[in-house]
Design a protein around this ligand. Structure first.
Ligand code: UDP
Ligand code: MG
Length: 310
């Protein structure tokens, strides 16, 4: 079979309640572009009825392909698996929880096809999510934009469409700690933003990415795209030095004046201070060493259980 014009990659993890609605809305949105598309749903090791639901939907809609991973690898790895399987000249990626409206895909496609852009990405102007989550996510984006030196990194997620040229560049980045919006911004090319309001999950369920996973993703982004951790190290170290010198002058002066040496408690305090600062630095250095180690292991990002295509 010839390669399709457009591939849509969707990672899903325990989303059984949403599958039918998801497939229905995506098929309708893509049909507005043309009949020649494939939807690749990557089942990221779901433990509920997601896979059977997908296969049932596939029986009715053969343009839906289902890529089942051998276990849960996390949604960045699931996206990457789907992108490698995608054959389309244009390739879109979208979360499977309908927080990103598939109805925006035709607009993205126009930007690529008629407007000579290589990448179109969703830019979130509004989020229907809990305020705690919103505050944290906005804070992260602000820090990331300031320290990563990446232009389009503000309030963007995975929702986007790339042409082959941009996708080839994107997939040539093999790092294991993947923050996809950062990688997509990193490749450059002509990129266009499509503003949209991020929806609440239609079924009102909790996000599959808990705060722990969001934090891990934020750390991946900051460690691999910025030198903020090293800068914190450097500034803390420099301030520590200044304090240390000032304390040294004080100790020498008090000694010269014959005043009694500082007591046990201040000594104890300074030991704690130096000890904790050194631990902090060791931790940050350790993070970099660990990341280097993991990149060198060169493990595959994912394994495919089965690909239900033709
Ligand atoms: N997801 C996945 N693997 C996981 C966690 C999530 O494939 O281990 C999928 C999930 O089904 C959803 C998308 O990734 O389609 C985004 O997840 P979520 O909505 O939890 O993240 P958020 O909206 O908070 O970024
Ligand atoms: Mg979501």
């Amino acid at each position: 079979m010839a390669d399709p014009l457009l591939s849509l990659v969707i990672p899903v993890y325990n989303e059984e309640a949403l599958i039918d609605q998801l497939v229905g809305r995506c098929v309708a949105a893509l049909a507005a572009i043309g009949p020649d598309f494939e939807i690749i749903c990557v089942d990221d090791g779901s433990r509920d009825g997601t896979l059977p639901r997908l296969l049932a939907a596939r029986a009715a809609e053969p343009r839906l392909k289902v890529l089942a991973l051998s276990r849960n690898f996390g949604h960045q790895a699931a996206y990457t698996a789907g992108l490698h399987a995608a054959r389309g000249r244009y390739v879109a990626m979208m979360d499977g929880d309908l927080q990103d409206p598939p109805e925006l895909l035709p607009r993205m496609w126009e930007l690529l096809c008629y407007d000579a852009h290589d990448v179109a990405y969703g830019h979130r102007t509004d989020r229907a999510e809990g305020w705690g989550r919103q505050v944290l996510i906005r804070g992260f984006h602000r820090i990331f934009r300031n320290f990563s030196r990446l232009q389009e990194a503000d309030n963007v997620g995975n929702f986007s469409m790339l042409n082959r040229r941009a996708l080839t560049a994107f997939l040539s980045l093999h790092e294991k700690n993947r923050y996809l919006p950062g990688l997509r911004s990193f490749i450059g090319f002509r990129q266009a933003a499509v503003p949209y309001a991020r929806q609440a999950r239609p079924d009102g369920t909790v996000p599959k990415m808990g705060y722990g996973r969001l934090l891990a993703l934020a750390l991946d982004a900051l460690f691999s795209f910025s030198n903020l951790p090293i800068k914190i190290c450097l500034y803390a170290g420099m301030s520590g030095m200044v304090l240390f010198l000032a304390a040294g002058v004080y100790v020498l002066a008090s000694k010269g004046l014959g005043v009694a040496p500082p007591g046990w408690s201040s000594l104890e305090l300074s030991i704690y201070f130096m000890g904790s600062i050194q631990l902090l630095f060791l931790g940050i250095l350790g993070e970099y060493v660990f990341r280097g180690y993991r990149e060198n292991q060169n493990r595959p990002l994912y394994f495919i259980q089965e690909y239900f295509n033709d």
